[in-house]
Design a protein around this ligand. Sequence first.
Ligand SMILES: [Zn+2]
Length: 436
Amino acid sequence: MTRLPTLLCTAAVAATLCGNVLARDLVVHAGLLYDGTGAPARHEVSVLIHDETIVGVRDGYLRPAGAAVIDLTHATVLPGFIDCHVHIGAKLPSRVNATEDWLTHSDIDRAFDGAAFVRDMLQQGFTSVRDVGGGDDTVAVKRAIEAGKIPGPRLWVSLEPLGPTAGHGDPRSGLDAALSREGWDNGRVDSAAEARLRVREHRRRGADLIKLMPSGGIASTGDDPRQQLMSDDEMRSAVETAHALGMKVAAHTYPPAAIEAAVRAGVDSIEHGSFATADTFALMKSHGTFLVPTLTVFDVFYATARDRPDLLAPGTAQKELANDLLPKRNLPLAVKSGVRIAYGTDIGEGDHLLEFRLLVDNGLSPARALLSATHEAAELLGAADRIGAVQGGHYADLVAVDGDPLADPTAFGRVQFVMKGGVVYRERGAPAPVSP
Ligand SMILES: [Zn+2]
């Protein structure tokens, strides 16, 4: 028996999952509240919840008749956090050999990894996450969460990133050319017409959004992160088709020229953006394009390249060491430019709260760091009317931390309570992380 069912059944809200599904009212007494919109702190308030939805936030500690009370009077209540760049089945690079893992695990294995890691993400306070590069296994995990079969955040998923032959998303790069496997061409795009087709195929298979690989990558064998690899017309075709279907587009991009081409093609977010200049950020700001800096993944991979280069994909340790420190150095330029920043870690397994510390340590104010993981992230997902704020009409997705994170940013790391959709998934005390 894992800890979770015990938690659910001992919580005041047990009726939903441990017995009959009943209409129910809850009230959360919050000692301090940041509602995620950038509004000033509120002290001693009541968050009124009916079923899975917040119905209002009132001053004082109210006790409406028939409502169960959750006492968070000694904590700071925040909206559930949103991580806009995860790969739910990705193991920490310091723990496994990348090539061995790739060759010895099926998509079904990865679905089970993902199921374990999304449970950890929820325990850490992430009630919504966006997976930007998965497969049918990722869609299956999303459906399992939605059906209540496994605990996890609300998931927005892309399928295989779209990119060219020999690009960052080409699984054949670096392998014996005679090797092949079904599905390896699911993201391959070498023309505008192919881009259109892939977007439609991904939609059919259950994708919520589209991921592009306009530039080379760092953790992949045989490509150059400083080159633009997708053509402008391929990007435009993918973006036009995706937007016509109501899907957002995220673009993994490092060099300024490729970022600018992706922004002009209309992508909604630039992932990483590591080598951007002031002019690049100014262009992004004028187009309303989000930056998702993903400082966490660079921290994690830099340490592995330094300490255990043998675990990384062939030939990539040098790329990691040469490039992974740049995003931190570049963040102040992004902050100064006023570009919109959304929170993203680019990991699956591991500490998704680390990004708060890295953002604040490298120039983002604690208030903007909170916004990046709440309102701004919700805007990037296109779901700001339902998530990212503690307001009437939003899902009852709440996190409580020990301390005031805007006065002491280390408090972001002290999550003691997690609620998603009115159901308590974590109470005081840290559960053991799950590792398959
Ligand atoms: Zn990624």
